[in-house]
Design a protein around this ligand. Structure first.
Ligand SMILES: *Cc1c(COP(=O)(O)O)cnc(C)c1O
Length: 400
């Protein structure tokens, strides 16, 4: 019997899923296998390995093709997402770029959603365009527009749920249904903002899930990485491409991500609580024009989020009344969140997309892509809820 798709990774699976029963030297913790290559005792052993007959199925030949520390991380993320297999990369963008390059060729067509990660959009609209891959961009979460955009040569749909900064969610079951009905199209869902604790996209029928492990999976803003999980036949395609493109994750970085992953469950629960409390408090505040959080009834994605997510995640965005300068005053007045790019970690981070992520765009260009100059993006950390609420209350007083 297939499980209810609304099941999620939790603290128990964060700590234990994918961990081997025994380790070398009876160590409890994962070791860092710092090696670039692997040895063979003699040519007979090497020949056996090359024929695929080595008694150790996990044996590796060279560091670009595999590493035991990295492999354990891959297995763990795959288990948390209930995937057959996983493959790790040196960053989230390395993961997305390797996946996309594995799945499309010249003459193919790719569809992506408007509010997607900026560098993913750039990869498709600029890099892939140079190699003869066509694309269409449809409004976030608009599955009617997606259906219309699909062509005979469409081979890949890239979605994110929730998106950044407006935390739009796409109905994953409906998305998978539309795409599957057309055949020959793969869906790649960037689930970085959801984490497997809040949503498991594969359970709704999408093909591949990608994470920037830099964010919640690692969780401490101290390492970059990316992971793609899905069925074995697709993941092995990506693993082969990684061997060609060289987008490998270093074992030291894999160790940090694997350690961070142990607390994914507890961190995400706290972030869900903090973010919902802050979203509600901001929505009730007279100096705030609008709040974006998937589990606020006012959010356009509320129904989709309720249907497929356990919690709303760590990202809250809001528009401050009074425009760009008023928003900057709030950003400057909060004491706990640091001004920084990135998100999902234990520290609350805050930024104004018009100034940081989209600084080179004019007011007209910002309006065109729907970024209000007074929009503030908050990645809520694991600090105490009361302290964060108090900090925002004082900042809105000071900045008014
Ligand atoms: C950060 C991010 C990426 C890119 O990941 P890096 O690890 O920075 O390369 C991709 N998608 C989303 C949604 C992200 O937030």
């Amino acid at each position: 019997m297939k499980d209810d798709p609304k099941t999620f990774a939790n603290s128990t699976s964060s700590v234990h899923a994918g961990i081997p029963a025994t380790r070398p030297h009876h160590a409890l913790a994962l070791s860092i296998d710092a090696t670039a290559t692997y040895t063979f005792a003699n040519t007979a052993e090497l020949e056996r390995y090359m024929r695929g007959e080595d008694p150790d199925p996990d044996r590796e030949e060279y560091g670009r093709y595999g590493n035991p520390t990295v492999c354990e991380l891959e297995r763990r993320v795959a288990e948390l997402e209930r995937a057959e297999d996983g493959v790790a990369f040196s960053s989230g963008m390395a993961a997305i770029a390797t996946a996309v390059l594995s799945l499309v060729k010249a003459g193919d067509h790719v569809v992506l959603f408007q509010d997607g990660y900026r560098r993913t959009r750039q990869l498709v609209t600029q890099t892939l365009a140079r190699f003869g891959v066509e694309h269409s961009i449809v409004p976030s979460g608009d599955l009617g527009a997606l259906s219309v955009a699909l062509r005979d040569n469409t081979r890949l749909v890239i979605a994110e749920s929730p998106t950044n900064p407006h935390v739009f969610c796409v109905d994953l079951a409906e998305l998978a249904g539309i795409v599957k009905a057309r055949g020959r199209i793969r869906t790649l869902v960037d689930s970085t903002l959801a984490t497997p604790v809040n949503c498991r996209p594969l359970e709704f029928g999408v093909d591949l899930v990608v994470h920037s492990a830099t964010k919640s999976l690692a969780g401490h803003n101290d390492v970059l990485g990316g992971v793609v999980v899905g069925p074995q036949h697709l993941v092995s395609l990506l693993r082969d491409a990684r061997g060609v493109l060289g987008s490998v994750l270093d074992p030291h970085a894999a160790f940090l991500i694997a350690r961070g992953l142990k607390t994914l469950g507890v961190r995400t629960e706290r972030q869900n609580e903090n973010a919902l409390a802050i979203a509600r408090a901001l929505e009730a505040h007279p100096r705030i024009e609008r709040v974006f959080y998937p589990l606020l009834e006012s959010h356009p994605s509320y129904a989709a989020a309720r249907a497929q997510m356990r919690g709303g995640g760590f990202m809250v965005s809001f528009i401050v009344k009074g425009g760009r300068a008023a928003a900057s005053r709030v950003v400057d007045a909060v004491k706990i969140p640091k001004i920084a790019a990135s998100m999902g970690g234990v520290e609350s981070l805050i930024e104004q997309p018009a100034i940081m992520s989209y600084s080179e765009l004019s007011a007209e260009q910002l309006a065109k892509i729907g970024i209000n100059p007074a929009l503030v993006r908050l990645s809520v950390g694991i600090e105490d809820t009361a302290d964060l609420l108090q900090d925002f209350a004082q900042a809105l007083d000071v900045a008014g």
